[in-house]
Design a protein around this ligand. Structure first.
Ligand SMILES: C[S@@+](CC[C@H](N)C(=O)[O-])C[C@H]1O[C@@H](n2cnc3c(N)ncnc32)[C@H](O)[C@@H]1O
Length: 209
């Protein structure tokens, strides 16, 4: 099966970790890609539902993976070095993070929407962003790496990304965002327009080319 750039990108970020926990693994393709490339030694694949976990079992049958039905971290007892939570909405990722266990591990997070809500959650819950990337694969996907720690973000950084704004590859993403905003502005009411003007300014401020 062809791997999307998003899946390959998430798998690459597992490099160097011993035990990877993939929450909401679905088909298990992120882990499969990480195993195939030799990036990881073992994994824990969890999903809320049995059907997706069965599909992960089929795709990962030759690898050392512990499969667990779990709502987020709730049924998890095993140690891990990094947790991936990807391909879901920001609200759901934040809900899952509400029940993260105490410990020293990294997080690789990819929200399909409202990435700013995820950044704000991290700041408000003792987590700090250590890196960010954007991958263009039909849509733009922002990936955030985070760990325990304190960070203070400005409102603008919550919108554009404190690390992402330093990346040359983010420029195309910001231009894309500006185009979208300009389109929505044409039909926005007064309240929405005010929000869009602020958003537009935040993206405009980080565009350098
Ligand atoms: C769209 S798929 C994303 C699959 C994969 N993580 C990826 O990025 O390609 C979302 C998966 O998350 C699972 N899921 C939704 N809520 C969950 C929760 N609270 N805990 C664990 N898994 C959940 C769904 O069953 C589904 O298999």
């Amino acid at each position: 099966m062809a791997r999307s750039k998003r899946i390959v990108g998430l798998a690459e970020l597992c490099k160097g970790y011993d035990t990877v926990l993939d929450i909401g693994t679905d088909h298990g393709l992120v882990l499969k890609s990480a195993f195939e490339k030799g990036y990881i030694k073992q994994a824990i694949a969890t999903d809320l539902r049995d059907m997706p976990l069965q599909s992960a079992k089929n795709n990962l049958k030759n690898y050392p993976v512990n499969f667990i039905i779990s709502d987020g971290f709730l049924a998890l007892r095993e140690p891990f070095d990094v947790a991936i939570i990807a391909g879901m909405g920001a609200h759901l990722i934040n809900d899952i993070l509400d029940h993260r266990p105490y410990g020293t591990y990294d997080l690789i997070l990819q929200a399909n929407d409202k990435v700013h809500l995820l950044r704000r959650y991290l700041m408000d819950h003792g987590l700090k962003i250590t890196d960010e990337w954007v991958i263009h694969d039909h849509f733009y996907y922002v990936i955030i790496k985070a760990t325990q720690g304190v960070m203070q973000l400005t409102d603008d950084d919550i919108l554009v990304g404190p690390m992402l704004k330093t990346k040359p590859e983010a420029q195309a993403f910001y231009h894309h965002k500006l185009k979208l905003i300009d389109k929505i502005m044409k039909t926005a009411d007064e309240v929405k327009l005010e929000e869009l003007v602020r958003l537009r300014q935040a993206y405009n401020d980080v565009i350098i080319c």
